[in-house]
Design a protein around this ligand. Sequence first.
Ligand code: ZN
Length: 294
Amino acid sequence: MIPASRARLRRALRPSGSLRVVLSRTLATAATLGALALGAAACGRDEDPFAGFTTTPVAAPPPAPESVPAVTPEPPRPGARRRPRRPPPTAGVSPDPLPPQEPVPPAPDAADQLLPEACCSESRRGRRIDAIVLHTTESADRPGFDELARLARYLVRVRRSAHVANDGEGYSSRMVADDRRAYHATYWNISTLGLEQVGFGRFGAEDWRRRPVQLESTARWIAHWARANRIPIRRCEVEGLRYNRRRRVVAGAIVRRGICSHAQLDPRNRSDPGRDYPWDAVLARAREVAAGAR
Ligand SMILES: [Zn+2]
């Protein structure tokens, strides 16, 4: 765990002139990708949000780097098994007030790192989006855009994805278009949007408190998606979870549309973004942004 230091945050605000050097270094260290493990499961509860944590609007996340190397697709694996078809998740009605819909606030600045569709996404076939899912990558910050570039290459290699990822410096990276299904939460992919936050599920309240620009970025993405998809900005609720013998989710329903932790959707295998994630602060800030606050 390497929380963002003040020095690192200062570097985030510098012009991105050294970015190319940083990205080159990333390429050179691609061999270390194996150490990255997404969504490692610790044990955790999701209630007990971090009381007393308040966010104040911080500087907007840094602009996307001017150039980000394209993510190289790998050839499809011959003979790869197709996933068995399962009944899709259902969703309940949303009696709570919905955020305003028009005009949708602009998405936060994000570097374009769209992952190849062949490996990492598929059509939603018109399915409604019912929830936004927050994750932690279980990987540490690296200066500049380094960690997000590394994450994109890792996801292509393991044929997984998320719609957006962000880091402790407030950079965010668009990886999958919203109208496509990203591979971030197995059974729930078809009806959810996934946001990967560089960091660890084991982060305590103090660790998250040191990451205000990342929490601001997350809140702005939630606000953007909530308005675009009429999703209430509140915790989601899930019922009827069922697993098969291989500990894979095979049934369940989002009975309260909203913002979910990965842990809620797959509690046997995942605990991210962790028990100390500051839900109250992030959702309060997202409501502010969705209501028009800057
Ligand atoms: Zn996750």
